[in-house]
Design a protein around this ligand. Structure first.
Ligand code: ZN
Length: 422
């Protein structure tokens, strides 16, 4: 299961399984299929299509995805019971490259309070189900749920047992988003170093973002030797969500020379994928979200705009084109400077005639104080007003007429609003 290239990181997308379990989210089979097709274009290595035992609709969605998708492994989730594994296999058996994913708890709190079993019983059940799944399918992933809060010695014993039973991917989940990066990295390192047979398995991680550490924990696990990452588009998922695919992928790309790791994702498909998931789940992306938020490549302050217009490297560590955006966004606000103002005018094809520049700039400042963003339409009106104003006797006094006549700022703002919007 391991790649010949030791630096290759495999991207496992669980948008359609863990992501779809987000409170208030639901995707029907058609929507899931549309997202799966886009994930195929994005170049992910594994698509987790769903949880087939959960409903006939989800079974059908998984079956359609398995039949259509080529070029990526298709997997689906099963608890460690035969009915679930049979449902996964029933849905995936026509896939070009199917994988059965089994989850069974490993932390004492789960074993005791959720399952009502003993450690020994859990080991036996897990091994039996891995063997059963391997009888059906060549690829079996085992996830010891809540590994982040488990006794590391028992976790290692579990991993050894499941590899011996035939699991070829071991996933270490921080199910509750509890771990610190150095703790989680150390845990993954110990499991890989100490579990007998670990060289036969590919190690994966699945982190949650309850404390905002999902990507940091994932990175720590990669540094410790994990080579598969479970993640979702826009970081959606249970509670505070999962590791965000776009953040991990761009992290690997932007810091490639430092990390020395690579993946096969076509990053220029990231924005398109993010927007599709947002649209089909009916859930907007927070504007300041890394990589895919509306403000991720937007600049509003004058100092930053001037810097970016001189050279984007001044304030951007990645190119918008690399995530599939046409360009950076220069947002004109009251904090913008003249450089950005002129840049936008020239992009609109507007050249102010001589002596009109100050007038237009003053009008811009007054209007910008009254609203969040000055639009292209506003700029056209400002330019037109600056041009026509010179004929009524205010030229040459060094001040724009509006601010000359109205001293109270709010009156100026109101007057501007009225002049521009009627
Ligand atoms: Zn999860």
């Amino acid at each position: 299961m391991r790649d010949k290239n030791p630096d290759r990181v495999f991207i496992f997308d669980t948008t359609l399984r863990d992501g779809e379990q987000s409170p208030g989210f639901h995707l029907d089979a058609n929507s899931k299929l549309r997202i799966a097709r886009q994930l195929e274009r994005l170049g992910v290595d594994v698509i987790e299509a769903g949880f087939p035992i959960s409903s006939p609709g989800d079974f059908e969605a998984c079956r359609r995805i398995a039949r259509e998708i080529r070029g990526a492994t298709v997997t689906a989730l099963a608890r460690a019971v035969r009915e679930d594994i049979d449902a996964v296999w029933g849905a995936l058996k026509d896939a070009q490259d199917p994988q059965i994913h089994i989850v069974l708890s490993v932390s004492d709190v789960h074993i005791d309070r959720k399952l009502g079993m003993t450690r020994a019983q859990v080991l036996k059940r897990g091994a039996e189900m891995v063997e059963y799944a391997r009888f059906l399918c060549d690829k079996v992933e085992y996830s010891p749920e809540d590994a982040g809060r488990a006794d590391p010695d028992y976790l290692i014993e579990t991993v050894e047992t499941m590899i011996a039973a035939g699991a070829n991917v071991i996933n270490i989940p921080d199910t509750t988003g509890y771990c610190l990066p150095y703790e989680f990295g150390e845990l993954v390192r110990r499991v890989i170093n100490e579990a007998r047979g670990s060289e036969k398995a590919l190690f994966s991680v699945h982190c949650h973002n309850d404390l905002g550490l999902a990507v940091a924990n994932t990175l720590a696990a990669l540094s410790a030797g994990a080579r598969r990452v479970e993640c979702t588009i826009n970081g959606i998922g249970e509670r505070a969500g999962n590791t965000s695919l776009e953040e991990v992928v761009m992290l690997l790309k932007v810091r490639q020379s430092k990390l020395g790791l690579e993946c096969a994702v076509e990053t220029r498909e990231i924005t398109r994928t993010s927007r599709l998931v947002s649209e089909l789940t009916g859930t907007p992306v927070q504007p300041n979200k890394a990589v895919v938020g509306a403000n991720a490549f937007a600049h509003a302050s004058g100092i930053h705009q001037d810097g970016v217009l001189k050279d984007r490297l001044n304030y951007e560590i990645m190119k918008p084109e690399d995530v599939g955006l046409a360009d950076s966004k220069i947002v004109l606000t009251a904090r913008s400077g003249r450089h950005a103002f002129h840049h936008r005018l020239s992009r609109l094809g507007i050249t102010l005639s001589e002596g009109k520049d100050d007038e237009a700039w003053q009008r811009f400042l007054v209007l910008a104080d009254t609203k969040k963003e000055v639009t292209d339409e506003d700029l056209r009106k400002i330019a037109a007003m600056a041009e026509t104003n010179g004929t009524n006797g205010h030229e040459g006094n060094g001040h724009p007429p509006v601010t000359d006549q109205l001293h109270d700022h709010n009156h100026v703002a109101d007057a501007m609003r009225h002049m521009i919007f009627g």
